[in-house]
Design a protein around this ligand. Structure first.
Ligand code: HEM
Length: 209
């Protein structure tokens, strides 16, 4: 890992990333929980979700939550993408490091030997975060095609039609939930990372690895 002169003082997570992360968590939670109630109104699988697990109470209420949180998620996601590209955050912190690094870090992860330095993302994290960003983009665009199937008919067509877009939308939600389960487990294993996603904690230098 190369170290720049301001390496030690650079925050592990710049303030905009921390703010956008927690706004995104709130918006995503509203989207998923209200989505469960919307799904229950017309399930595509042979089960429904318990009423207490959803947000909005009934179909109309859940749609209101879903469509208002959608704008928050959209604005937050757009700001995150613009900031990520313009500030160099994506290039520096999330750019995949190649197959060799991935093989090394997956090997270390399965042996519970994967080290973690605050403010640095290993190859497994990079893959997960970039994968998540792509999945969220598919979730948002399939959602748009379901919300306005006439205006965004071309988008629904791109995904193979309305019924297929619904299945993809549900699948992206499931992948996001799987990511969050793994993500929160890893945060619980390395609680110091949580502090760095809340407060201004400096990037950890190589001596800590
Ligand atoms: C209560 C739930 C959550 C907690 C406690 C949490 C915590 C964290 C922490 C501590 C990090 C920094 C990891 C590190 O330094 O190695 C992080 C990064 C990240 N989290 Fe979460 N997170 C949560 C939910 C979510 C959700 C719901 C999403 C999106 C679906 C998400 C997406 C991300 C992404 C993309 C990053 C990397 C951000 C970047 O540097 O660009 N997180 N999270």
């Amino acid at each position: 890992m190369t170290s720049s002169p301001n390496h030690a003082t650079r925050p592990a997570h710049p303030l905009p990333i921390r703010v956008m992360h927690w706004i995104g968590v709130y918006a995503m939670a509203c989207m998923i929980l209200s989505g469960l109630v919307i799904y229950n109104a017309s399930p595509i699988l042979p089960f429904t979700f318990p009423r207490w697990a959803g947000l909005g109470g009934w179909l109309g209420g859940a749609l209101a939550w879903h469509l208002s949180a959608m704008w928050l998620l959209f604005a937050d996601g757009a700001a995150y993408l613009i900031y990520g590209f313009c500030s160099g955050h994506f290039r520096r912190d999330l750019r995949p490091q190649g197959f060799g690094a991935l093989k090394r870090d997956v090997g270390a992860a399965v042996r519970f030997r994967l080290g973690h330095r605050i403010g640095h993302y290993n190859a497994v994290q990079r893959l997960l975060y970039v994968g998540l960003i792509l999945v969220v983009i598919v979730a948002v665009t399939t959602g748009l095609s379901l919300w306005k199937p006439v205006q965004f008919g071309w988008l629904a067509g791109f995904y193979g039609g309305y019924p297929v877009a619904r299945v993809i939308h549900f699948t992206t939600m499931s992948l996001i939930v799987a990511f969050v389960a793994l993500h929160v487990t890893l945060v619980a294993l390395y609680p110091r990372t949580l502090v760095s996603m809340i407060a201004n904690v400096p990037t950890e230098s190589e001596e800590h690895s």
